[in-house]
Ligand binder design. Structure first.
Ligand code: RP5
Length: 180
């Protein structure tokens, strides 16, 4: 099918994401201004070597593109979608309504209400259309990626081992911490 994802974007528009392999995770966000938060999800996926794509998909400014993206995601081979948005954060829920892939929602910290508006817009989905909602901001973006990795690791022993290594290394760092 034809769609905007076939457009060869300039390299800078990929935000440094892996694009040589078939993406398994779609990292989408309502605005370019969300990238400062959502790049933490992309960086975590890169750390685990998970092929992913990063795109701006706005529920309000590009609703038709959002529908195309969500409805074609499964057929294009994505396994998980991470959707970040701030303010009236309708993107994760609207995407989840048009795919059966797992959707992880990241509330971006908004300027006006510090992300509480984003969180409440994402978390209270009606029964039947799930969105796994993460914490506001950077921690939520990182954990969305880690949850996506855990989902993929269900059928991938190498990824599972990488998760064990990640936990071990993280614990070792904490154990080495010294207080001033
Ligand atoms: C939302 O509105 C976006 O997810 C973003 O967090 C927020 C503000 O967008 P900009 O006005 O910075 O483009 O749709």
């Amino acid at each position: 099918t034809d769609g905007p994802w076939h457009v060869p974007f300039p390299a800078s528009d990929y935000h440094g994401c892996m694009n040589t392999q078939q993406p398994l995770v779609g990292v989408i966000m309502g605005s370019k201004s969300d990238w400062e938060t959502m790049r933490h999800a992309a960086e975590m996926l890169t750390h685990f070597g998970v092929p992913h794509e990063c795109r701006v998909v706005s529920a309000h400014r590009t609703p038709q593109w959002m529908c195309e993206y969500a409805a074609s995601a499964e057929q294009r081979g994505l396994a998980v979608i991470i959707a970040g948005a701030g303010g009236a954060a309708h993107l994760p829920g609207m995407v989840a309504s048009q795919t059966v892939l797992p959707v992880l929602g990241v509330p971006v910290q908004s300027r006006a209400l510090s992300g509480l508006d984003s969180l409440l817009s994402i978390v209270q989905m009606p029964g039947g259309i799930p969105v796994g909602t993460l914490a506001i901001g950077e921690a939520g973006a990182k954990n969305a990626a880690l949850l996506a990795v855990r989902m993929l690791a269900v059928n991938d022993d190498k990824l599972r081992q990488q998760l064990h290594d990640f936990h071990r290394e993280q614990a070792a760092k904490v154990m080495q911490d010294t207080l001033p």
